[in-house]
Design a protein. Structure first.
Length: 127
């Protein structure tokens, strides 16, 4: 009778451990899933800044509405293309420029006139 009772107790203890282990394992899975979800949400929150709308006061915002003027024909306030780089920009009073064959060519940056002055025929034919 002692072995049977002891066997029954061990068998009951084994079943109890199995229930506790399964419950503990289930809780651990739930907790780890919640932890991973919260870490993912925290990592993704604020990762990309919201897009900034362009200010209507900038010349670049007004540029698409004005027609593109050919290089050599552009005046201050016109939208044109740099004969060296090909970038579109709005000509300002302080825009870099160079004279060639009686025409004024405006450039998008201070480095472009240097390249233009070395071989202007290369860039005028391109424009």
């Amino acid at each position: 009778m002692g072995t049977t009772a002891a066997g029954d107790i061990e068998s009951a203890a084994g079943r109890f451990r199995g229930i506790v282990s399964a419950g503990t394992l289930r809780r651990m899975r739930i907790k780890s899933t919640l932890l991973l979800c919260s870490l993912f949400a925290a990592a993704c929150a604020g990762s990309a800044p919201p897009p900034v709308a362009p200010s209507p006061a900038t010349p670049a915002a007004a540029a698409p509405s004005s027609p593109l003027v050919a290089p050599g024909e552009a005046k201050v306030g016109d939208r044109t293309k740099c004969p060296v780089s090909g970038h579109e920009f709005v000509v300002k009073a302080d825009s870099p420029h160079a004279e060639y064959n009686g025409k004024t060519y405006y450039f998008c940056c201070p480095d472009c006139p240097k390249a233009f002055e070395e071989h202007p025929e290369k860039f005028v034919s391109k424009a």
